[in-house]
Design a protein around this ligand. Sequence first.
Ligand SMILES: C[S@@+](CC[C@H](N)C(=O)[O-])C[C@H]1O[C@@H](n2cnc3c(N)ncnc32)[C@H](O)[C@@H]1O
Length: 399
Amino acid sequence: MKEETDFKMIAKTIFGLEEVLSTELQRLGARNVEVLNRAVSFTGDKGFMYKANLCLRTALRILVPIETFKVSDEKSLYEGIQSINWENYLDVTDTLAIDTVLSSDLFTHSQYLSQKAKDAIVDQFRAKHGERPSVDLDNPTLRIHLHVFADTCTVAFDSSGESLHKRGYRDKTNLAPLNEVLAAGMILLSGWDKRSTFIDPMCGSGTLLIEAAMIANNIPPGYYREEYGFEKWKKFMAFDQELFNMIFDSAINKITNHEQKIIGCDISRNVAKKAKENVKLAKVDDIVTIQTCAMQDMEVPAGRGVVVMNPPYGERMVKDNIEELYKSIGDTFKKNFSGFDCWVISSNMEAFKHVGLRPSRKIALFNGPLECRFMKYEMYQGTKKTHKLEGRAENGERN
Ligand SMILES: C[S@@+](CC[C@H](N)C(=O)[O-])C[C@H]1O[C@@H](n2cnc3c(N)ncnc32)[C@H](O)[C@@H]1O
């Protein structure tokens, strides 16, 4: 593989964000963009690989496939891995880690396959040199990704290292915040124009607010991140610090300084305090403000805007209370958010019914293992629409 020319890469993402990621890739200048399941493939050169890691908001990691072979059992996997000349990629003094993703009936344990593949690599080195590279699961020189789909094994190198949702702006002590990649994807799916008011009325640790502020001002999602996997690469696509600096500087030069209204709110004093700290850590406290009160009592600026919110799903709540909460969300949209497109993500389909408004869009997304719907409720401004809505309300709908 020649470094200067284009090569194939695979950006992995969350189910439901493939199209958003594909659009991001096209805008960034990727070639041969193709949507896959929870992933998008594309081609580009080494500089584009750096750019993709730095700038893509909805990618979890960027993989570079190097080899594909057929497998039928553990032995054929071992042989397939051994048929690769690992000296092209690793030195004996280097460290490695192997992650395996399995979608095949031929195997049961992904960890066992990682182990077998590791044995194949180190055995090859030991036979030639009497020494072998060691394993470092946290911070390896080379992170190897195996994808076994039916009877085909693809070996790829993970250029990202730690998952790209770890932006580096967040204090680690928060409880169950939204994944940053999902938050960014929800904002991009909402079609927010980046200039009208953006509100998360149940902001928790502030993920949606911070991602919105970064989107609004072109702050690359990798701006705060300290390291990428490709920075450790030596034999394979050796890290080019100068090229990376050039790409980083060019992305930073595109940061704008628009005065935005990005507003959050949380009913819990402690949570709101934490959100304010996170907003400060992300250096977007000049455009993000946070109110400490119930959503129902929030001060909402007049005019148009977008609400994106992630209310409690009710796993730890009494059924009546969660239904009451969702009813109150619908009532508050009606009362205080006219002119807003209001988007709500939840895994609780029953609770959604209590919002009492007719969604104009429903998008399937996963929040971790939870299958969710991301619903859009359009809250019209003006009397004509209100009359129409009131007419509908008599038929049991509130929008
Ligand atoms: C699932 S969490 C949101 C997590 C957030 N998206 C994040 O990334 O950290 C829901 C939040 O809603 C808040 N909350 C619950 N009821 C509320 C209400 N009536 N008004 C405002 N906030 C409320 C809770 O305190 C909690 O922080």
